[in-house]
Design a binder for this molecule. Structure first.
Ligand code: GLU
Length: 494
C-alpha cells in the first residue's frame, strides 16, 4: 500500500471552528492509524480575507487538541508562481484557454439566463479563439482569465469512500476559471496542484466540497496525476437541524477551551460527529480512537452537535483523570480566581491533590473547581440563600452544631471515620436525625446544599476550620432572633 498522506487545508478567514477541527481530527486519526503523514496547508490566497491572527488562532486550536502535523504549515500565498506555472502547462497542453469576456458581458448573459429560467453555464465564447486573435487581444492589453477546457461530452466519475460512486455529465460542467485576471489562482487550481505536489493519497474534507470534486478530478487528469481517494464527511448541524453556526453558541474551538472543556473530552466529542466505531462505545481514549478510526465508520447522514453530550463527556473525563494531570489546569483556574497559593505545588501538594480528587467527580467544567473549591481554599465564600432556607431553618441547630463542634474539637485524631462516628453518636444522644446535622453542616462548611460527602469535606477542611464554621450556627441559624447578635462576615473569628 502506498504511503498514506493526508492534509488539513484551512482557509484562515476565520478561527478554527468545530467543523474545521472535526475535519482536521479525522485526517489526523486516519494518518496516525496508518502511520502515515498529516500535512497542514494554509489556503491563504485570498489576501483580503486571510490574516496572520487567524492562522495563529487555527494553530492554537490544533495544538490545544493535540493535532500535531508532520509537514507544514505550507502557505499557498508563497506558491503563487508555481500555480501560474502549472496553469501555463495546462494551457500549453491545450487543456486551458484565455477568456476575454468582460465581467459585464458575463453578468448580462447570466441575468438573461435567469430571466429565461435556464441554468447558466459559461457559453464557451472564447473556447475556440484562434492563436492569432489571442495574441492580438493580449497585445491590446485586453484582460483575460484562464479557463479549463472541460471535455464537451461524456461523464466524469469518482468514487467517494463515504458517499459511494458519483458521476456527472460533463455537459453540465462549465469551463471553470483557473487563473483570475489579476493572475491569482482559483481554489480549484491551487488545491489540486498542491494535492498533487504533496502526494496526497486521501482527501478527507467536508461534504460541502463534494460538488467541487468533479472539476478537481478533471484537473488531476489533465495534469496526468494520480487521482487521490476522496472521503467527504457529513455536515454538522445545530440542535435545530440547521447548519451549525455561531447562533448555536461558541463555534471556535478555543472558546470551548476557555469555557473549561478538556482537550481530551473535546477531541472524543468531535470524533463522534459523523463517525462511529461500529458499536455504541462513546468514551474513547485517543489511543483507542486512533486504533478504531476508519473511513468505513464515517456516516453519510448529517451529524448533530449536542452540547449536553459534550458536557457529559467532559465530566466523565474530569472524574477519571488522575489529580496530577488535572493539577496544572486547576491551578490556572484557581490563579484566575485569586485562590492559588504556591504551597499547593509545595508542602501542601498532597492535600491539594486530595482536594482535586474530592471535587472532580462533581465537576462538569474546569471553572467548577473554583466554585466548588472556594470554601476549601478561602474563608470568603457565600452561603447559598436557598441552601440556607432549606437546611438552616431549624432553630435547635443554633445549639446543636456548636455542641457538635465541641465534640469534634475534642477528638485526638480527626479523620473521615472519627468525624462520622462522632456525628452519628451525637445525633443519637440528642435524638435527632443524622441527616439534619449533615445537611446543616454541609451548608455551613461549603456554603452549598450539594457537595461531596460531608465527612470527606470535614477531613479536607481539617479540625479547626470545621469546628470554627460549625460554631457559626449560632449566627447563621435564626440570625438575630436567637443570639441577638448580628452575624460577622464569614472568615472573621467569632
Ligand atoms: N480551504 C478549503 C476550506 O477551508 C479546504 C479545501 C479542501 O479541503 O479541499 O474549506
Amino acid at each position: 500500500m502506498p504511503e498514506i498522506r493526508v492534509r488539513f487545508a484551512p482557509s484562515p478567514t476565520g478561527f478554527l471552528h468545530v467543523g474545521g477541527a472535526r475535519t482536521a481530527l479525522f485526517n489526523w486519526l486516519f494518518a496516525r492509524h496508518h502511520q502515515g503523514k498529516f500535512i497542514l496547508r494554509i489556503e491563504d490566497t485570498d489576501a483580503g480575507r486571510s490574516s496572520a491572527a487567524m492562522v495563529e488562532g487555527i494553530l492554537q486550536g490544533m495544538r490545544w487538541l493535540g493535532l500535531d502535523w508532520d509537514e507544514g504549515p505550507v502557505f499557498q500565498s508563497q506558491r503563487l508562481e508555481h500555480y501560474r506555472a502549472e496553469a501555463s502547462r495546462l494551457k500549453e497542453a491545450g487543456s486551458a484557454y484565455p477568456c476575454f469576456c468582460s465581467v459585464e458581458s458575463l453578468a448580462a448573459k447570466r441575468e438573461a439566463a435567469a430571466k429565461a429560467k435556464v441554468p447558466w453555464k459559461y457559453d464557451g465564447t472564447c473556447r475556440s479563439l484562434m492563436a492569432a486573435e489571442i495574441r492580438e487581444r493580449a497585445l491590446n492589453n485586453q484582460g483575460s482569465v484562464l479557463r479549463f477546457k472541460v471535455p464537451s461530452e461524456g461523464k466524469i466519475e469518482f468514487s467517494d469512500r463515504v458517499f459511494g460512486p458519483i458521476e456527472h455529465d460533463l455537459a453540465a460542467i462549465e469551463d471553470f476559471v483557473l487563473l483570475r485576471s489579476d493572475g491569482m489562482p482559483t481554489y480549484h487550481l491551487s488545491v489540486v496542484v498542491d494535492d498533487v505536489d504533496m502526494q496526497i493519497s486521501h482527501v478527507i474534507r467536508g461534504a460541502d466540497h463534494i460538488s467541487n470534486t468533479p472539476k478537481q478530478v478533471l484537473l488531476y487528469q489533465a495534469l496526468n496525476a494520480q487521482v487521490p481517494e476522496f472521503a467527504h464527511v457529513p455536515l454538522i448541524l445545530g440542535p435545530d437541524k440547521s447548519r451549525l453556526s455561531k447562533r448555536h453558541g461558541a463555534t471556535s474551538v478555543t472558546a470551548y477551551r476557555d469555557q473549561g472543556f478538556l482537550p481530551e473530552a473535546f477531541r472524543n466529542f468531535l470524533a463522534l460527529l459523523g463517525w462511529s466505531p461500529g458499536d455504541d462505545t462513546e468514551r474513547m481514549s485517543t489511543a483507542e480512537l486512533i486504533e478504531r478510526f476508519s473511513l468505513e465508520g464515517i456516516n453519510k447522514s448529517n451529524a448533530v452537535f449536542n452540547l449536553e453530550k459534550l458536557a457529559w463527556l467532559n465530566s466523565q473525563y474530569l472524574s477519571s483523570l488522575p489529580a496530577q494531570d488535572l493539577l496544572p489546569l486547576v491551578e490556572r483556574e484557581m490563579e484566575g480566581a485569586g485562590l492559588w497559593d504556591a504551597a499547593y505545588q509545595g508542602e501542601r501538594r498532597a492535600w491539594f491533590l486530595g482536594l482535586i480528587d474530592l471535587l472532580k467527580t462533581r465537576a462538569r467544567l474546569l471553572p467548577d473547581f473554583v466554585s466548588n473549591g472556594r470554601a476549601f481554599l478561602s474563608d470568603a465564600y457565600e452561603i447559598d440563600p436557598s441552601a440556607r432556607e432549606k437546611f438552616l431553618k431549624e432553630p435547635s441547630l443554633a445549639v446543636l452544631l456548636p455542641d457538635l463542634a465541641a465534640r469534634l474539637e475534642a477528638l485526638p485524631e480527626f479523620t473521615i471515620e472519627t468525624a462520622e462516628a462522632t456525628l452519628r453518636s451525637f445525633a443519637e444522644e440528642r435524638q435527632v436525625k443524622p441527616g439534619l446535622l449533615i445537611n446543616a453542616s454541609r451548608v455551613l462548611l461549603t456554603g452549598k446544599a450539594v457537595a461531596p460527602g460531608i465527612f470527606e469535606v470535614m477531613a479536607m477542611l481539617g479540625q479547626s476550620k470545621t469546628t470554627h464554621r460549625l460554631r457559626r450556627a449560632s449566627w447563621e441559624v435564626g440570625g438575630a432572633e436567637l443570639g441577638g447578635k448580628s452575624a460577622p462576615p464569614i472568615g472573621h473569628s467569632s
